[in-house]
Design a protein around this ligand. Structure first.
Ligand code: ZN
Length: 275
């Protein structure tokens, strides 16, 4: 059984109810010792203030969400994306985050060239690594479900992300998010491969509802859907993953509408019973 010590809350889970300070203090009240904030949440409160709030509450930061979105139709656009990623990297360092999560981006502009988009992603991460390595900040490439290939991420399987890591070298790893990867028949083998290469940087959990009414904003609470969470956790553990289990739920019509205290209580209970 997973323990409370292994639980982290991705603050997207509470984004409609609470700002960063409220969310961190709420998690602390419930005995949760780790969170993963989003950059817009940090920006609203301010970087220095956010770092204080996290430190004062003794929070581990299991990741900063997010960098990425590398492809752009023009050289200037790609440079702007890289500059923004360098700022994200600095923020991750200032917050003491364990990694910077990358949602790599989809097709630029009106392009139909997905292979070209993937080259832009590889080039962008390669350049970002030149700053990330000396800063000691791992970059966690998060493969997204292929339904997002056009508009959010053209890296869509763990195998593809790990192939990218192999080419990029030191400092690149992966975030395994069950919402995006649960269906993949290669998942067990690719998690093992990631473990061998020391590439497992983060583990994001929620559940896949049937039916899923909105492909972005209808993620389920652990135990309410069809993902075999204990089995996937077992694969992660066998691969040597010793990090936390980060609950990340985007849920416009359900969990974002509920009392945040109830959301946290449910996260804790389900983390213990259903993951
Ligand atoms: Zn995720």
């Amino acid at each position: 059984m997973p323990s409370l010590k292994q639980l982290s809350i991705n603050l997207a889970t509470l984004r409609e109810q609470w700002d960063l300070r409220q969310a961190v203090e709420g998690c602390a009240r419930h005995g949760i010792r780790a969170v993963a904030p989003w950059r817009d949440q940090i920006a609203k409160v301010g970087l220095t203030e956010s770092a204080c709030v996290l430190r004062d509450n003794g929070m581990r930061v299991t990741g900063l969400c997010r960098g990425g979105m590398f492809p752009a139709p023009t050289e200037a656009g790609r440079q702007a994306a890289l500059d923004d990623n360098r700022r994200a990297l600095e923020e991750a360092v200032a917050l003491g985050a364990e990694c910077l999560v990358l949602v790599v981006g989809g097709l630029p502009g009106d392009s139909r060239d997905i292979a070209g988009a993937r080259r832009m992603v590889e080039d962008g991460i390669g350049k970002l690594l030149e700053a990330a390595r000396p800063a000691g900040m791992p970059l966690a490439i998060e493969p997204l479900h292929p339904m997002y290939a056009a508009d959010r991420a053209c890296v869509n399987t763990l195998r593809q992300a790990l192939d990218l890591c192999d080419r990029l070298g030191e400092g690149a790893g992966v975030a395994v998010d069950v919402y995006h990867l649960w269906w993949d028949p290669e998942l067990e083998a690719q998690i093992a491969r990631a473990g061998e290469g020391g590439r497992l940087l983060a583990y994001h959990i929620c559940d896949w509802l049937v039916p899923t009414r909105d492909l972005l904003l209808d993620r389920g609470m652990m135990g309410d859907g069809v993902i075999e969470l204990p089995r996937i956790r077992g694969w992660m553990e066998r691969a040597g993953y010793g990090g936390l289990h980060e609950v990340e739920i985007f849920s416009a019509e359900d969990w974002w509408m509920r009392d945040p205290e109830e959301v946290l209580q449910t996260c804790i209970a389900r983390h213990g019973s259903a993951t």
